[in-house]
Ligand binder design. Structure first.
Ligand SMILES: O=P(O)(O)OC[C@H]1O[C@H](O[C@H]2O[C@H](CO)[C@@H](O)[C@H](O)[C@H]2O)[C@H](O)[C@@H](O)[C@@H]1O
Ligand SMILES: O=c1ccn([C@@H]2O[C@H](COP(=O)(O)OP(=O)(O)O)[C@@H](O)[C@H]2O)c(=O)[nH]1
Length: 515
C-alpha cells in the first residue's frame, strides 16, 4: 500500500495505459472492490468486468475506503499491476449525511417509488453535495487530461458538475444502477432541480432500462432543462450529452460453470441432504424494502393456505444478508420480515418440516450458484429494482435438461429482458401464490422452452458486453455534437473537448448551498 499527500505529489501517481491512443480508465463508485492483499480480485460480475477493462487500458478505481476518520487522512492507494485503487476515508458526519442520509433515505426511496419512506433533511442534502465536492477535489489531484471517467450510481450524481466547475473537460460517463422514477415521484426529491442539472454535466448517462431512460428524459422536458437534438443526444447550457439504456449483464458462462461444479460445495451438499424429496424454492436478496421479501413470504404462505396438497412438499429458502442497518427504515423492515417468516412457520410448520428457512447471513457466490441449481423455483419479486442480478444468476445456473422456473416481478429491470419468466405483480399476493404453484407444476417441455429463451438473452448480453458498449459510446467524442457545432468544429472554431475550461460550458451549475 502506498500513501501520499494528494496535492503535493509531483509525479504521475498511476501507471500509464498499456496501449497508446486511449486514455486511462478511471472508475468511480462509492464502494471500491479492492483486491485482497494476495491480489485476488473481489468476486462479483461488475467488479470482474470493470477490473478487466481497467487491466486492459490501465487506470484506477476511486471511491470510499469504507472507513471512518475524523481527520482528512491521505488517500490510500493500492497498486496491482496496471490497475490502482485509490480510496478515501470519510468522517462520521459525512457518512451519516451523504451515505445513510441523502443517498439512502432520500435518493434510494425516491428512485424506488417510495415517497412514503423518504426523509427530507436539509443537513443530509447539504452533506451529500459537500461530500461530492470533497470526492471531486480528491479525484482532481489524480486526473490527467485524456483520462476517461466512468462514475457509478446515485451516490455521485453531482460529481461531474464539480469536476467541470474545476475546469475538467475529460469524457465523463455516468451509469445509474437503480431505477429513475417518473416526474411526479422524482420531483419530490429535495434539491431535485440541482440533482437533475448535475446529471446534464456528464457526456453519457446510462440507465438499466428504457423505462428509466424515458422517465429521466421526461423530467428534463418537464423542467425545460435540456432539449433533444436527435440520436439519443440532448443539449443543456450549450453542451451536449447522450442518454441510453444499457442493461447490465452477468458472467453467464462462468456462473454456469460454478453452478455445475458446486456439487461438491459443503453448504450445497448439506442443503440437498436436508431437503429429502421436497422441492426447493429460493429467494436471495439484501435485506432491503425494495426487494419485496415480506410480500414474497406472504405469497408463499397464501400458497400453503390455498393449496394444502403443497404442504410438506416444498421448502422456501430465503437468504438475506443484512444491509444498511444504520438506516431506520431498514431496521423496521427487518422486524417485519422476521415476523412474517415466524408467523408462516408457526402456522404451517410441523415437527419434521420448517416451511421457511430464513437466513440473515451472506453466502458465497459458489454456494449460491449450487443452491440456485438445486431450486425448482427462483423467486425474484422486488417491488422495484434497477436490474436484479439474482434473477439472471438463477437462470444461468440451471440444468438445461431439467431447468427450474423463474418467478419474476414485472417491476424488476430484469423483466425487460427475461420476459419468458413467470412475470408477477408482487403486490398481488394471490396471483403470486398461483404463480408459485404454476412453477412447481410446470411441464418439463415448457420449463425448457422458457429457460432457453432466457439463456439466449443472457448469452447475448453479458457483463463484458455491457461494459464494452457503455465505454464505446463514451469514447465517441463527436457523436453528440449538434450539426451546427460539428460544422464549427470542422472549421476549427471549437477547440478539442479535452482542455476546454469550465467557462465554455456555462458556469451556471452552482451546486447546492444551504440558505
Ligand atoms: O453499497 P450498499 O449500500 O451496501 O448497497 C449494495 C449495492 O446495492 C445497489 O445495487 C444495484 O445495482 C445492481 C447492479 O447493477 C442492480 O442489479 C440492482 O438492481 C441495484 O439495486 C446499489 O445500486 C449499489 O450502488 C450498492 O453498492
Ligand atoms: O448472500 C449473498 C447474497 C447476494 N449475493 C450477490 O449479491 C448480488 C445482488 O445483486 P442484485 O442486483 O440482485 O441486487 P442489489 O443487492 O445489488 O440491489 C448478486 O450478484 C448476488 O449473487 C451474494 O454474493 N451473497
Amino acid at each position: 500500500m502506498v500513501r501520499f499527500e494528494p496535492l503535493t505529489s509531483p509525479e504521475p501517481l498511476f501507471p500509464k495505459p498499456k496501449s497508446g491512443g486511449e486514455g486511462r480508465l478511471v472508475v468511480v463508485s462509492n464502494r471500491v472492490p479492492v483486491p485482497s492483499a494476495s491480489g485476488s480480485p473481489a468476486a462479483g460480475g461488475l467488479a470482474v468486468a470493470l477490473n478487466a477493462a481497467l487491466q486492459q487500458r490501465g487506470g484506477f478505481w476511486f471511491g470510499w475506503s469504507g472507513k471512518v476518520s475524523e481527520e482528512e487522512t491521505p488517500l490510500e492507494v493500492h497498486d496491482f499491476g496496471h490497475v490502482s485503487y485509490a480510496v478515501t476515508d470519510l468522517s462520521q458526519r459525512d457518512i451519516d449525511e451523504y451515505y445513510a442520509g441523502f443517498a439512502n433515505r432520500a435518493l434510494w426511496p425516491v428512485c424506488h417509488y417510495r415517497l412514503d419512506l423518504t426523509e427530507i433533511s436539509a443537513n443530509d442534502t447539504a452533506g451529500y453535495f459537500r461530500v461530492n465536492e470533497f470526492f471531486a477535489r480528491r479525484l482532481a489531484t489524480l486526473l490527467k487530461p485524456d483520462d476517461v471517467i466512468w462514475v457509478h450510481d446515485y451516490h455521485f450524481i453531482p460529481l461531474a458538475a464539480y469536476l467541470r466547475q474545476m475546469g475538467f473537460e475529460n469524457r465523463i460517463g455516468f451509469f445509474l444502477h437503480i431505477p429513475w422514477a417518473p416526474y411526479d415521484v422524482s420531483s419530490a426529491l429535495p434539491a431535485y432541480q440541482t440533482v437533475l442539472s448535475g446529471m446534464t454535466r456528464y457526456d453519457v448517462i446510462g440507465f438499466q432500462t428504457r423505462r428509466d431512460l424515458e422517465n429521466f428524459t421526461r423530467c428534463l422536458e418537464q423542467e425545460n432543462m435540456a432539449r433533444e437534438v436527435g440520436g439519443g443526444c440532448w443539449e443543456a447550457d450549450g453542451r451536449t450529452f447522450r442518454v441510453g439504456a444499457f442493461p447490465i449483464g452477468i458472467e453467464t458462462d462462468l456462473f454456469r460453470q460454478e453452478a455445475r461444479e458446486a456439487k461438491s460445495n459443503s453448504l450445497v451438499r448439506r442443503m440437498r441432504a436436508s431437503m429429502e424429496d421436497r422441492h426447493l424454492i429460493i429467494g436471495v436478496d439484501r435485506l432491503d424494502y425494495s426487494k419485496g421479501i415480506r410480500q414474497r413470504i406472504a405469497a408463499f404462505s397464501c400458497m400453503l393456505e390455498r393449496f394444502p396438497q403443497m404442504r410438506n412438499r416444498v421448502t422456501f429458502l430465503q437468504i438475506t444478508p443484512k444491509s444498511r442497518s444504520e438506516v431506520p427504515e431498514y431496521i423496521r423492515m427487518q422486524h417485519e420480515v422476521a415476523e412474517q417468516a415466524g408467523w408462516t412457520n408457526g402456522k404451517f410448520g410441523d415437527v419434521d418440516w420448517t416451511p421457511v428457512r430464513y437466513i440473515n447471513k451472506a453466502v458465497s457466490r459458489t454456494s449460491l450458484a449450487g443452491l440456485y441449481r438445486t431450486a425448482r423455483v427462483g423467486m425474484v419479486t422486488p417491488l422495484r429494482d434497477g436490474m436484479n442480478l439474482v434473477a439472471k444468476e438463477y437462470v444461468a445456473s440451471q440444468r438445461g435438461t431439467d431447468p427450474g422456473v423463474l418467478v419474476l416481478s414485472r417491476f424488476a429491470g430484469a423483466a425487460a429482458e427475461l420476459d419468458s419468466a413467470l412475470l408477477v405483480n408482487p403486490y398481488d399476493t394471490e396471483a403470486t401464490a398461483n404463480a408459485i404453484v404454476r412453477a412447481l407444476e410446470m411441464s418439463l417441455e415448457e420449463r425448457k422452452e422458457r429457460w432457453r429463451a432466457m439463456m439466449d438473452k443472457l448469452r447475448a448480453n453479458t457483463v463484458d458486453h455491457w461494459c464494452a458498449s457503455f465505454l464505446s459510446v463514451l469514447a465517441q467524442e463527436r457523436a453528440c455534437l449538434s450539426s451546427d457545432a460539428a460544422e464549427r468544429q470542422d472549421d476549427g472554431a471549437l477547440e478539442p473537448a479535452i482542455g476546454r475550461t469550465a467557462a465554455h460550458f456555462g458556469g451556471s451549475w452552482t451546486g447546492y448551498r444551504r440558505n
